[in-house]
Design a protein around this ligand. Structure first.
Ligand code: NG1
Ligand code: ZN
Length: 549
């Protein structure tokens, strides 16, 4: 196999634009959209090689930069079961992205030789893009790369990230997971939702004077704005959705899940009527957070990934008990999980909790260790995984006459809940339906859901430093191993605060160090975050103005 054509086309049409190195990070490559053409062209070729290594299974490529500003873009690869690219390939991706254009052919040549790949003709790459202005041009670059490699492809146009993950899995399971189309995706989720709403224990949502059964969704001016109307058309009266940030404004600008979570306030321009139920997606619809303004206190209350995780885990725990099956349920979080949530899960729900480093790949991997593994990042990215053997056990149990009617019904119910969940990756649409179904089952409004536990006040800050790799972490990112002295300085500071906790880590998607702090009051959490930000600035080579205490 020769890669001369790949190199020639790459040099001519997608030359390397600059010498700034780029790394395949937490969520693939992410940077300014105008720096990515050559990277994405190369990823087309790499995805074809990955497909060949997986015996021609479809590999997904998504062009998106998620919650980042509109001018950014990114690309990430998906493995055959719709999961993130195997970590061992992240290095190949980074190597390929950074070689000079005139060495591209030989780098690919060496790679296929090492991997024992002899042909790319039967490789299949499927791809989609979000709504960013730079996405169409980048999708063309990707297609050119796939064509130059001589592989087959299917362009799915505009999709949410989780839709493409779902489609990849459907293709590679010959439709067992569902139909490999957008239509198939909506059909699977909405049929499960409708079935669940019609099954036992479903009561009508209460109609408090101040409460409305309409859900307000902020689509971050992203691809979600185009997909929510499709969802609505399938659900009819069962769930009324009212859309804001519907694509008429700037993507992720003062709206969307990240803005709401980090700023702890509604999207700019939105006035919350007390009791209304609100949700925000991020730009590519793999994150969701809920929020509302309290009827009695008129305060903003956030129901973030932790609150969603506890709602889901509590519901699943009860359902598993009803099945009478020995399925072990666990929950996976990161260091950003609010301390109160971890407390509630272990002490009240009595569900085991694991803490892993930031990044979906870590959470996903850990969740696979349970029969049923719920994972959520506090920012609203999460899903639930069910092992194949548990799924089979449930299917068999529905036909097992030795089981009681109630147990068989619970198994059937749980199977439908599993159909409602996009198991490939966190999916705001699937999570939304799951939350809505659980609230309807419990006959709860958002205030009742929120009462499970009270978040410890918290604050996230960013510090710019010369080289963020000087900070290395350990203990699932909860401790800084370097630079020397930083952790003990953080420990001393934290000790001054009641219920204080703080940690720092270099971001995998932005050139900053992130600081997280929580404490018993908002003023203390803010102060602690500031103090720690100053420590980072002083001890890890801060640039620009020192954070103000
Ligand atoms: P970084 O930039 O590494 O903190 C952010 C999120 C992650 C994950 C990735 C991918 C926080 C604190 N971090 O990563 O959880 O979602 O983006 O999008 O929310
Ligand atoms: Zn996203």
């Amino acid at each position: 196999m020769e890669f001369d054509d790949v190199q020639v086309a790459g040099e001519k049409n997608y030359p390397k634009r600059d010498e700034i190195p780029i790394q395949y990070g937490t969520a693939g490559f992410r940077t300014k959209g105008n720096r990515l053409e050559h990277v994405i062209y190369r990823m087309g070729v790499l995805a074809a090689i990955r497909s060949a290594c997986k015996n021609g299974a479809a590999i997904g490529v998504m062009i998106t930069a998620s919650h980042n500003p509109e001018e950014d873009n990114g690309v990430k690869l998906m493995d055959p079961m719709g999961e993130m690219l195997g970590p061992e390939w992240e290095k190949y991706a980074s190597d390929v992205a950074n070689v000079p254009s005139n060495e591209l052919g030989s780098v690919f040549q060496t790679l296929v030789k090492t991997l024992g790949v002899t042909s790319l003709q039967n490789s299949l790459v499927v791809f989609a893009r979000d709504t960013r202005p730079s996405s169409p041009v980048l999708a063309e670059a990707l297609e050119a790369g796939i064509k130059a490699a001589g592989a087959q492809f299917q362009n799915f146009g505009l999709l949410t990230t989780p839709q493409l993950h779902y489609i990849v899995r459907c293709i590679n399971t010959n439709g067992q997971y569902g139909k490999p189309t957008e239509e198939g995706y909506f059909e699977k989720l909405t049929e499960a939702f409708i079935k669940l709403r019609n099954m036992r224990k479903m009561k009508k949502m209460k109609t408090l004077e101040s409460y409305t059964s309409c859900l307000y969704v902020d689509a971050a001016n992203g691809i979600g704005a185009q997909k929510v109307p499709i969802l609505q058309s399938k659900l009819g009266e069962l769930l009324k959705i009212s859309l804001v940030s519907d694509g008429s404004g700037r993507l992720n600008h003062e709206c969307g899940a990240d803005f709401v979570k980090v700023q702890q306030k509604p999207p700019t321009g939105v006035t919350l009527v007390p009791g209304q139920r609100w949700a925000s997606f991020d730009g590519d619809v793999d994150r969701i957070v809920y929020y509302f303004s309290g009827v009695s206190d008129n305060q903003f209350h956030l129901l973030d990934g932790d609150k969603i995780a506890t709602l889901v885990a509590g519901y699943l725990k009860d359902l598993v008990l009803e099945t009478g099956l020995p399925l072990n349920l666990g929950l996976v979080q990161t260091a950003y999980a609010n301390g109160s949530s971890t407390n509630y899960i272990t002490k009240t729900l009595k569900v085991p909790v694991a803490c892993v480093p930031t990044g979906v790949k870590h959470l996903h991997h850990k969740a696979q260790e349970f029969d049923i593994g719920v994972y959520f990042e506090a920012n609203g990215h999460g899903t639930t995984l069910v092992s194949d053997s548990s799924y089979e056990l449930l299917q068999n149990a529905t036909k097992d006459t030795a089981k009681s009617d109630q147990q068989r019904e619970a198994c059937d119910l749980l199977l439908s809940v599993i159909d409602l969940i996009n198991q490939t990756v966190g999916d705001a649409i699937s999570d939304l339906l799951l939350v809505e179904m659980i609230l309807a089952t419990y006959d709860w409004d958002v205030e009742q859901w929120n009462k499970a536990y009270t978040d410890l006040p918290n604050r996230q800050l960013k510090v710019k430093v010369k080289d963020r790799s000087v900070i290395q972490t350990t203990d699932a990112e909860r401790k800084a191993a370097t630079p020397p002295g930083l952790q003990s300085a953080i420990d001393e500071t934290v000790a001054k605060y009641v219920s204080g906790r703080s940690f720092v880590r270099p971001s995998g998607t932005e050139d900053v160090v992130r600081v997280y702090a929580e404490a018993d009051s908002q003023a203390s959490a803010d102060e602690l975050a500031n103090e720690v930000a100053v420590l980072v600035y002083r001890m890890a080579g801060g640039i620009g103005e020192e954070p103000q205490l």
